[in-house]
Structure formats: structure tokens, C-alpha cells
Ligand binder design. Structure first.
Ligand code: HPA
Ligand code: ZN
Length: 324
């Protein structure tokens, strides 16, 4: 099954590129930028990745990305990920990035976007990967700051495929970003949002009703609200589910308790993704494999999940037809 899952053409819709920073590259970039890390070795970094919840992960995630300073650093980060992804049978990657986390460290938007888009073009040339770029707002920061980031992204709107919403979900409801997402809509940008990861099903409802999103990132708590689950089934709004992330952040205690089989039975449009592969123990293939071990799904189920991701990806129609 592993060999078959590897050859299955897979599409990654939920990936934080900063969360693909492997400890080896973290050390290399720290050296290049003359930054002292609070770790003595790569092993020590990996040992620190023992999380209690989303916030305990986010603390290390924001700390780790401090090694990213130049456009070349962002380029190397993304190329490192694309190389691993294509080697495990990923054919299309949608990477989200967190501009506010870098702006706060004095790294300008043009530096971030130049490095990432240069890597996207090179991966397209080198491996035939297709890619899309999602600019995410930090929901634990003020909405006014997100709005100013959206304005600062003005010169780069053509390079963005969507905007998203991530970071600490509890007590930061989607409604906080109503105006920002309305502005993004006016600018012609598709919208996605994390909702129902740690936060309640109500946040999924708000993401749909207030932010007018076309996809929900995570969404695994939707079954707590049967009416919402029925709506998601009827509208086929996709959920980008990240099983290893949910396990490592203790959204579930055991993979066999993951709501995925229930979500599938409920007729929802599901996709399988990695979220932050360097922190959660693997990329897309590892997430498919974790499902194989926990749920013993057949090939048709995996084919269906991979197909769902192709159907709802931000990609040109010619590419979609070729992959379907
Ligand atoms: N959830 C919310 N925000 C994030 C995540 C996540 O898993 N990873 C990076 N930012
Ligand atoms: Zn995420």
C-alpha cells in the first residue's frame, strides 16, 4: 500500500511553508545569518517538538522561523519542501505564508514574496509541480493589522491565489475579520480559513457566513453540529484535514479516534494534508499512511480523497483536466 500511495498523484492544499522548516535547514540558515539557536543539535530541536495543544506548537513555530531573513532563505525553505513533496508523489502544492510574523521581525513583504515565488517558478520548471500561494492573516493579532497587511500586498495581488486565516483559534472568531475578508473579496481574492480545529463548530459556520470562504482548513469539529455537517455535505465545501497535525496537537488522543471516518460517512468533501510537516512528523504521504494504518481504507477511498483535492485546488483548468 505504501508504494501505491506514493505513486498516487497527490495534491497538498493545507501547508504552512514556515512549518516545513526542517531542523537541518534551521541550523544551516542560523549559521548563514549568524543567529544563535536555543538548541545544541538537530536532535534537541526534534525532542522539543512535544506539544500539548496548538499554542504550545505556535510558540516554537514562530521562534523557528526567526532564521528566515533574506529572499534566498525563503527560496531555500520552499525548495527544500518542494523537493521532498515531489519525491513522495505530490503534484501540486498550495503553500500559505504568514507575512505578519515576518513583518514583525523587520522582514519586508517583497523579500518574503520574491523568495517564495522564485522557488514556485523553479519547482514548476524543475519537477513539473504546480503551485499556488495563500497569504494568511494571524487571527490572534488585531484585525486592523491584517487590513494593513492586505493593503501592503497591493503590488503583489496578481501573485496571490487566496487569503487565509490561521494561528491561535480559541477566542479569535472569524467574525473578527469580517471587514478584512470583505475587502479581500472586493479585490477578487478567494478566501479560506482555519476553523473547527480547536475552536467550536460555530467558527466554521462564521467562516462560511461572514468570511464567505470556499474551503475550511481543518473543520474536524463540524460533526458536533449536525445541521452544519448537513450543510457542508449539501454544499460540498471542502475540508482540508491534517490527521498527523490533529494527533500531535492533541485535537485527538489516538489516530483511531480521529473523526475522519465519521466525516467520510457524513458525505463531506475531504482532502488529506500535512499542515506543518517538519513539526508534526511527516508530509502528505505520511498523512495518507497514517490513515491507512488507522482506518484501513481501500484504494478507492484514497483515490477519492486525492481526486477531491484536485477538484478544489487553485489551479488552471488545463492542469486540472490533466490531473483528473
Ligand atoms: N493551526 C493554526 N495556525 C497555524 C497552524 C495550525 O495548525 N500551523 C501554522 N499556523
Ligand atoms: Zn494549518
Amino acid at each position: 500500500m505504501k508504494d501505491w500511495l506514493k505513486t498516487l498523484p497527490k495534491v497538498e492544499l493545507h501547508l504552512h511553508i514556515e512549518g516545513s522548516l526542517e531542523p537541518e535547514l534551521m541550523f544551516a540558515l542560523a549559521k548563514r545569518n549568524d543567529i544563535t539557536l536555543p538548541y545544541a543539535s538537530v536532535e534537541e530541536v526534534r525532542e522539543a517538538y512535544d506539544f500539548d495543544d496548538l499554542q504550545s506548537f505556535l510558540d516554537l513555530y514562530y521562534q523557528g522561523m526567526a532564521v528566515l531573513r533574506t529572499a534566498d532563505d525563503f527560496f531555500d525553505l520552499a525548495m527544500d519542501y518542494f523537493r521532498r513533496a515531489q519525491a513522495e508523489g505530490v503534484v501540486h502544492v498550495e503553500l500559505s505564508f504568514d507575512p505578519q510574523a515576518h513583518l514583525a521581525r523587520g522582514i519586508e513583504m517583497d523579500v518574503q514574496i520574491e523568495g517564495l515565488t522564485r522557488a514556485m517558478r523553479q519547482a514548476e520548471r524543475e519537477w513539473g509541480l504546480s503551485t499556488a500561494l495563500i497569504m494568511s492573516f494571524l487571527r490572534d493579532r488585531p484585525a486592523e493589522e491584517a487590513m494593513s497587511v492586505l493593503e501592503r500586498a497591493g503590488p503583489y495581488l496578481e501573485l496571490l491565489d487566496a487569503v487565509g486565516l490561521d494561528s491561535a483559534e480559541r477566542d479569535n472568531p472569524p467574525s473578527k475579520f469580517a471587514e478584512v475578508f470583505a475587502r479581500a473579496k472586493l479585490l477578487g481574492l478567494p478566501r479560506v480559513a482555519h476553523a473547527g480545529e480547536e475552536g467550536p463548530a460555530e467558527y466554521i459556520r462564521q467562516a462560511l457566513d461572514v468570511l464567505d470562504v470556499c474551503r475550511i482548513d481543518h473543520g474536524v469539529r463540524c460533526l458536533e453540529d449536525p445541521e452544519l455537517a448537513a450543510r457542508l455535505r449539501d454544499t460540498q465545501v471542502p475540508l482540508t484535514v491534517c490527521p498527523l497535525s490533529n494527533l500531535r496537537l492533541k485535537v485527538v488522543d489516538d489516530m483511531r479516534d480521529h473523526p475522519l471516518p465519521g466525516l467520510l460517512d457524513a458525505g463531506l468533501k475531504l482532502t488529506i494534508n500535512s499542515d506543518d510537516p517538519a513539526y508534526f512528523g511527516g508530509g502528505v504521504l505520511d498523512n495518507y499512511l497514517a490513515c491507512h494504518h488507522a482506518f484501513d481504507w481501500n484504494k478507492d477511498t484514497f483515490r477519492g480523497l486525492a481526486r477531491n483535492a484536485i477538484e478544489v485546488a487553485f489551479m488552471d483548468e488545463g492542469r486540472r483536466r490533466m490531473l483528473l
